[in-house]
Design a protein around this ligand. Structure first.
Ligand SMILES: *[C@@H]1O[C@H](CO)[C@@H](O)[C@H](O)[C@H]1NC(C)=O
Ligand SMILES: *[C@@H]1O[C@H](CO)[C@@H](O)[C@H](O)[C@H]1NC(C)=O
Ligand SMILES: *[C@@H]1O[C@H](CO)[C@@H](O)[C@H](O)[C@H]1NC(C)=O
Ligand SMILES: *[C@@H]1O[C@H](CO)[C@@H](O)[C@H](O)[C@H]1NC(C)=O
Ligand SMILES: [Ca+2]
Ligand SMILES: [Ca+2]
Ligand SMILES: [Ca+2]
Length: 512
């Protein structure tokens, strides 16, 4: 018994914690395929792997030295945090020089000098420092650009570096979410990915540069494709046919290339400014363009939005002292917080937040059925056949169906007309009044029609002729519940595979 309790507690703790999931590992053995997808340039004599101190390194002595730069584009499943871990080997006579690690807007760098500890590398005894690097970043884009380089100035036989045991772990979005910022399902289930551009390659259809039909140029920084723009350039597109939504998330990545002088990158959505980011001359690494330093900036904007189109404008201004700089864009995404299924406009993701329904659907918030009450006729008669009828007899005129038994029954009605007339013969009973109610909707407002009768003179019955207008012609499911003193009719309405019963008619005989 005690053992069971112990196990239960452990499981509970494990489930309460966030689970890091490893989605990529490489360079932990000596498999040459581990370099797949890694783009390496300026490696010494084309060498990719070396052995040092008995282990295989990606890079290393006689491989990664001056100007060597490695990079990889990772495609990631929906996640909101990621952790990168690897072992960095600094090898030989670094002269207070730096290694740079760039994972988009996360940057890590470290200076190294020549120390006196020595290891066997290839056939030589070489000084080196081995260091575990691990960092966690908030990240939810579907791709990650990873870059490593140094500012070493001697070839790889004199100063070099390598890595091994590289892994990427993620905190995955809750199941059912395509995009998230945390692990709460309630904060993410409504996001849909509307547009995903420029992660692996650049496609500029419909994007207009500087108000004319000029298409923007495509360029590369390290191994990554970017759209290349100059100071003062503007890139714009009107994006149409957005799904019904109430909120929008726009994400993109700016690459500041070379020396800017505090110009502003501006992101506009529907002609309103949503982000302004200063482009500075500073930075810590030089990876493309000319000698100026680069910087990668992730921008993410969440805004209330419900129009079916949006205009995206990205631009910068230009300070005349900036002469040799440009900006790049990649990793552009639009996510929409979608309305509930069957809803054309909404204030939020719930059924109850729907304000305009798609045709054929219902307003859930006031439960108005697709069968709209349109006309009523109430007649008192002297019914000669009264004795042959039960107390509440129902006729469905257009489909010629008659309900002549009492109790709670479910009825399928196959109507091929836009109208369904429900006729109820209600027998008068002495000292009782007949109260009736009918539901109707005038799109958003719910009306309840109430009537009250008692039989007069020698009239013995009241006939209710209630016409309903069907918004869609399809099989209707009704629940009819009758007795001597009541007649209740419900319609079964289906909203996103969930069924609701909506009372559309009620006739009650009550004591006076
Ligand atoms: C290393 O360089 C930095 C500046 O880049 C300097 O501040 C530091 O004193 C240098 N250290 C050594 C040991 O030379
Ligand atoms: C624009 O985005 C950058 C980068 O994410 C952020 O640091 C900055 O605060 C944002 N600025 C505005 C005005 O939203
Ligand atoms: C509907 O019919 C059932 C019997 O089948 C009865 O118990 C119930 O009270 C009726 N519903 C209403 C709301 O009168
Ligand atoms: C009446 O019948 C329907 C379907 O047959 C059922 O869902 C409902 O619960 C019944 N109502 C009562 C009060 O028995
Ligand atoms: Ca040196
Ligand atoms: Ca050096
Ligand atoms: Ca540069």
């Amino acid at each position: 018994m005690k053992v069971y309790l112990f196990i239960l507690v452990l499981i509970y703790i494990a489930m309460a914690q966030e689970q890091w999931e490893t989605i990529y590992t490489s360079f932990n053995g000596n498999n040459p395929n581990d370099a797949e997808g890694w783009i390496v340039s300026n490696n010494y004599q084309g060498n990719l792997f070396t052995k040092c101190n008995g282990v295989t390194l990606f890079g290393g002595y006689y491989a990664f030295g001056k100007d060597a730069i490695v990079s990889k584009l990772f495609k990631l499943p929906p996640h909101y945090q990621l952790k990168i871990t690897f072992q960095f080997w600094k090898i030989d006579s670094w002269d207070n020089e730096s290694v740079y690690l760039i994972a988009e807007d996360y940057k890590w760098s470290q200076d190294y000098i020549y120390y006196k500890e020595a290891y066997q590398c290839e056939l030589q005894i070489i000084e080196m420092v081995i260091q575990w690097i691990a960092f966690v970043i908030n990240h939810n884009s579907e791709s990650l650009t990873f870059i490593m380089t140094t500012n070493l100035n001697e070839q790889a036989n004199l100063e070099s570096w390598g890595i091994r045991d590289f892994s990427i772990q993620i905190l995955r979005c809750p199941q059912g979410c395509l995009y998230c910022q945390d692990n709460d399902y309630n904060n993410c289930y409504y996001w849909i990915g509307f547009l995903s551009l420029w992660h692996e390659s650049i496609e500029v259809d419909g994007w207009i540069k500087n108000n004319n039909n000029m298409q923007p140029t495509i360029d590369k920084c390290v191994s990554f494709d970017i759209i290349k723009l100059a100071p003062n350039d503007k890139l714009e597109k009107i994006i149409e046919n957005l799904n019904a939504h109430y909120k929008m998330q726009v994400q993109l990545q700016i690459w500041k290339i070379d020396s800017w002088h505090n110009e502003m990158f501006i992101l506009e959505i529907d002609d309103q400014i949503y982000n302004q980011t200063i482009l500075e001359s500073t930075g810590i690494y030089n990876i493309c363009g000319s000698n100026g330093l680069e910087n990668i900036i992730n921008i993410a904007i969440t805004l209330p939005h419900s129009l079916s189109k949006c205009k995206i404008t990205m631009r910068t201004n230009h300070n005349s002292i900036t002469t040799n700089a440009y900006w790049g864009i990649r990793a552009f995404n639009i996510y929409l917080a979608k309305c509930f299924k069957g809803c054309d406009q909404c204030l939020g993701p719930l059924k109850t937040e729907c304000t305009v329904c798609s045709s054929g659907w219902v307003f859930y918030n006031n439960l108005s059925p697709p069968m709209l009450f349109s006309q009523i006729q109430i007649t008192q008669i002297k019914d000669l056949k009264s004795d042959e009828r039960i107390s509440m007899e129902i006729n469905l005129l257009e489909v010629d169906q008659k309900i002549i038994s009492q109790g709670n029954i479910t009825l399928l009605v196959n109507n091929n007309q836009q109208i369904l007339t429900i006729q109820v013969y209600a027998k008068c009973i002495q000292n009782k009044i007949i109260k009736s109610q009918f539901l109707s909707n005038k799109l958003q407002d719910l009306y309840q029609y109430q009537f009250q009768q008692n039989c007069q003179g020698n009239f013995n019955s009241i006939i209710y002729n209630v016409k309903y207008q069907l918004r869609i012609i399809s099989e209707q499911q009704l629940i009819i519940n009758t007795s001597d003193t009541y007649c209740l009719i419900y319609q079964i309405v289906e909203v996103d595979d969930e069924k609701f019963s909506v009372k559309i008619l009620e006739i009650l005989l009550e004591d006076v």
